[in-house]
Design a protein around this ligand. Structure first.
Ligand code: SAM
Ligand code: FES
Length: 328
C-alpha cells in the first residue's frame, strides 16, 4: 500500500471489520495458526534515558529500582525453558552496569539451553551489537517509537533520531532478526506519521514489529496527556501485517492493559506472538513502563497456563519451534 492508501484506511472507521478480517486472513496464509510464545525477562528497570512517556526514565525518582544479576537471570531462563519456551527475551532500561563483557557472558550461558535469544536493551554501538551477535544472540528489538522527526526529538531529550535508525540498520546488517515498532497515540502524533511508520517498517524489512498504545504514566512529563486509542493501535498493527505478511507480530501487553481481551483480539487481527513474563512477582510491578500493566500479581506458571488456555480457546496452537521469521 502507498501512503495515501494507508492514511485512507487509518482514518476510515467503516472499514474496520474488513481490515481486521483481512489481516487475520493474511496472517493465516503466511504464518499459519501457530502462536509463538516468548519468555520475557525484565532484568533491570534502571535507565539512563529520558523518554518523556516512559515510567523507567531517569528523571523518575519515585520508582524503586532493581537489577537482576547474571546468576538469577540464568535461573529465570532455565525455568522458562522447563516451562516449554523456545525463545528467551532479555529486556531492560539502558543500564550501563551491563557492559559488553557482562552481556556477552549472559548471552553465551543462555545459548547453551538450545533456545533462541532476543535482546531488547536499547541503543548500543555497532561493535557492541557485533559482540552480542558473535556471542549467539539471534534477535534484537528496538522500536523506532515514531518516524516523525520533530515528535521524536520532542519525546526523547538528548537523543538522536538518526542514531536510532542507524542502530536498526546496524542490527540488520549484522544478521540479527530485527524488530521495531511504534507507540500509537503520542501527543501531537498524526495519522500521516503512523502511515510513515508502516512504510518505514517495510523499508527496513523488519522481521518483527510490536505496536502498542501509549499509556500515560503519573511520574512522567506526559502524565496529563491523553491515552492512546486501542482500536487505532490495532489498525496500525493490522496494516503492518497486510504490508509485511510473513513477519512476527506480538499481541502486546499494552493492548491488554487497555482492553481486557486485547491480546486475543490482536491475535485475531494479524498478530502471531505473545510474550508472557517469566520473572517472579517481586519484580513485575517495579518494571512499570506504564500504569495498569497486566499480570503483576501472577507467577510465571499462571501466565503460561492462562495464555495457553486463551490461545487454544480460539482454535490456535502453541508453537514448539523457535519461531524465526517464516521466509517460506
Ligand atoms: N530500553 C529498551 C528500548 O528503549 O528499546 C527496551 C525497554 S523500553 C521500556 C520498551 C518499550 O516500552 C519502548 O520501546 C516503548 O515503546 C514502550 N513504552 C514505554 N513507555 C510506554 C508507555 N507510557 N506506554 C506504552 N508503551 C510504552
Ligand atoms: Fe499472565 Fe494471563 S498471561 S495472567
Amino acid at each position: 500500500m502507498n501512503k495515501q492508501e494507508l492514511i485512507d484506511i487509518l482514518s476510515d472507521n467503516s472499514r474496520i471489520e474488513w481490515l481486521f478480517k483481512e489481516a487475520d486472513r493474511v496472517r493465516k496464509e503466511n504464518v499459519g495458526d501457530e502462536v509463538h510464545l516468548r519468555g520475557l525477562i525484565e532484568f533491570s528497570n534502571i535507565c539512563k534515558r529520558q523518554c518523556k512517556y516512559c515510567g523507567l526514565q531517569s528523571g523518575n525518582k519515585e520508582i524503586e529500582r532493581y537489577r537482576i544479576l547474571k546468576d538469577e537471570i540464568l535461573l529465570y531462563a532455565q525455568k522458562a525453558v522447563k516451562m516449554g519456551y523456545r525463545t528467551i527475551v532479555l529486556q531492560s532500561g539502558e543500564d550501563e552496569y551491563y557492559d559488553t563483557d557482562k552481556m556477552v557472558e549472559i548471552i553465551r550461558e543462555i545459548k547453551k539451553y538450545d533456545v533462541a535469544l532476543t535482546l531488547s536493551i536499547g541503543e548500543k554501538t555497532y561493535d557492541e551489537y557485533k559482540a552480542f551477535k558473535e556471542a549467539g544472540a539471534d534477535r534484537y528489538l528496538l522500536r523506532i517509537e515514531t518516524t516523525d522527526k520533530e515528535l521524536y526529538k520532542n519525546m526523547h531529550p538528548h537523543a538522536s533520531f538518526e542514531n536510532r535508525v542507524q542502530c536498526l540498520y546496524d542490527l540488520k546488517s549484522l544478521g540479527f532478526e530485527t524488530g521495531s515498532g511504534c507507540l500509537v497515540g503520542l501527543p501531537n502524533q498524526t495519522i500521516e506519521s503512523l502511515a510513515d511508520d508502516i512504510l518505514f517498517f517495510k523499508e527496513l524489512d523488519a522481521d518483527m514489529i510490536g505496536i502498542g498504545p501509549f499509556i500515560p504514566h503519573e511520574q512522567t512529563p506526559l502524565k496529563d496527556a491523553e491515552q492512546g486509542d486501542f482500536w487505532l493501535a490495532l489498525k496500525v498493527m493490522a496494516l503492518t501485517r497486510i504490508n509485511l505478511p510473513n513477519i512476527n507480530i506480538p499481541a502486546t501487553t499494552a493492548m491488554e492493559t487497555l482492553n481486557p481481551n486485547g491480546r486475543i483480539i490482536a491475535l485475531q487481527s494479524g498478530a502471531n506472538v505473545v510474550m508472557p513474563n517469566v520473572t517472579s512477582k517481586e519484580y513485575r510491578a517495579k518494571y512499570e513502563i506504564y500504569p495498569g500493566k497486566i499480570c503483576i500479581n501472577e507467577n510465571p506458571e499462571q501466565c503460561r497456563g492462562c495464555i495457553e488456555g486463551k490461545i487454544k480457546a480460539i482454535g490456535r496452537t502453541i508453537s514448539l519451534e523457535k519461531g524465526f521469521r517464516n521466509r517460506g
